[in-house]
Design a protein around this ligand. Structure first.
Ligand SMILES: *[C@@H]1O[C@H](CO)[C@@H](O)[C@H](O)[C@H]1NC(C)=O
Ligand SMILES: *[C@@H]1O[C@H](CO)[C@@H](O)[C@H](O)[C@H]1NC(C)=O
Ligand SMILES: *[C@@H]1O[C@H](CO)[C@@H](O)[C@H](O)[C@H]1NC(C)=O
Ligand SMILES: *[C@@H]1O[C@H](CO)[C@@H](O)[C@H](O)[C@H]1NC(C)=O
Length: 372
């Protein structure tokens, strides 16, 4: 009797253990924590096979878990039809469907700004994002927005302003994810999706931020226009090589070993400003469908490129892209593409100075010196 009872308990224990194991497996799978394919030449963060990930319904539970974003706001326009057409996609609240219908633009600018940063948007509209900067070539400017956190009133009134701004300028796209630093990857992917879907023949695309100074004219002249025939599989910017994941939990760039177990990131381009040929939007977006999302958008895009086996190209010289602020002089600024950390007022001030001084800016570079 004694023996039988013990035997029975052993059985139950084994059964419980098994159930627990299955539970853990289910949890890992459900939360997509499998880090499969390590050491088989795949990227370490690829976590499952594309076949599975490509199944759109497979991720539905995750989407529902993210809290129903629909409750946040209910824009009047019937814009919710594109909801969840693909893995991890969010519905567009504001979209621009016709930007590229008349002609294929030479350059699409995808500019990351927060919903409330209307000053930054206005400054960019007046300066480097002015679509008439490159006369005759065709520039499309789009600000990429998520939804701001806050109480219902705040969110609603801000959303109302954004809708009006959008009606006026037609340069905003917005999806219904929370606009947070940790969701920047979703924002970039929205931009990629937009180009792939609504502007697939754009020659080049630049993704940059709302606090950047971008010399659009020089970008076109120096980097893009010279290349005839147009490039494909092209991706460039400020190259970040040999960077290791930051394991300091207090850092803005912290990356947990669970999310990225590797010891080194692939080469990527600083998210402050990178430029790619239009064909890349679709490729990157498609690659992203089978790569687990990481919150550092520039690292993430680098991982997509690695998967595509497309190496970011070094720019023609190392003084074009800067991810810090270059001290202003009309000479320097007439020959760079990006400089970082500009307040909207400064942007307008320096831009105007550059416009009136860009001719021969470097001939009397001492006299022209610090300019302002
Ligand atoms: C995708 O998943 C759903 C539900 O999980 C299933 O019914 C469907 O057959 C799958 N489709 C493909 C193509 O695997
Ligand atoms: C863009 O530039 C054109 C031509 O220089 C100018 O007429 C227009 O007012 C500018 N747009 C904005 C929003 O400043
Ligand atoms: C990203 O957006 C989703 C959808 O709105 C939200 O549920 C999630 O909390 C956001 N993530 C972060 C880290 O902010
Ligand atoms: C999309 O990605 C999948 C998996 O990475 C790949 O098999 C497929 O060929 C890609 N499709 C296109 C159109 O690039």
């Amino acid at each position: 009797m004694q023996w039988r009872r013990r035997h029975c308990w052993t059985h139950i224990a084994v059964l419980l253990l098994l159930l627990g194991f299955i539970g853990v497996l289910y949890f890992l799978h459900h939360h997509k924590l499998f880090l499969g394919q390590v050491g088989r030449g795949y990227n370490p963060v690829t976590y499952s096979s594309p076949e599975i990930e490509a199944n759109q319904s497979a991720l539905q539970p995750t989407l529902q878990e993210t809290g129903s974003p629909q409750q946040i706001l209910r824009p009047e326009q019937g814009l919710t039809t594109t909801r969840r057409q693909m893995v991890d996609s969010y519905a567009y609240i504001i979209n621009e469907l016709d930007k590229c219908q008349l002609r294929d633009p030479f350059l699409v600018l995808l500019i990351t700004v927060e919903p409330q940063q209307v000053e930054a948007r206005n400054a960019i509209r007046q300066t480097w994002g002015n679509e008439s900067v490159a006369q005759g070539l065709g520039i499309v400017r789009l600000f990429t927005l998520g939804v701001r956190e806050g109480n219902h009133e705040q969110v609603h009134s801000l959303q109302h302003q954004i809708q009006q701004e959008s009606h006026r300028h037609h340069d905003i796209i917005q999806q219904e994810f929370m606009d947070t630093y940790h969701n920047l990857t979703l924002k970039t992917l929205m931009g990629m999706h937009w180009v792939a879907t609504h502007c697939p023949n754009a020659r080049y695309v630049m993704k940059t931020d709302g606090d950047m100074f971008v010399n659009t004219e020089y970008l076109i002249q120096k980097l893009l226009k010279l290349s005839v025939p147009p490039r494909q599989n092209y991706f460039t910017g400020y190259l970040m090589k040999g960077f290791a994941p930051n394991r300091n939990k207090d850092s803005k760039w912290y990356m947990s070993p669970e999310l990225y177990p590797g010891e080194q990131y692939p080469v990527f381009c600083s998210g402050t400003g990178y430029v790619f040929s239009g064909d890349m939007a679709q490729k990157i977006h498609n690659a992203s469908l089978s790569i687990r999302r990481l919150h550092l958008e520039d690292v993430y895009v680098g991982i997509c490129l690695e998967k595509l086996r497309i190496e970011p190209a070094p720019p023609p010289n190392e003084f074009l892209f800067h991810h810090w602020r270059v001290p202003y002089s009309s000479c320097k600024y007439s020959q760079l593409i990006t400089s970082h950390k500009f307040h909207p007022n400064e942007l307008v001030k320096y831009w105007e100075h550059l416009q009136t001084n860009k001719q021969n800016a470097c001939i009397n570079s001492n006299a022209n010196g610090q300019g302002l």
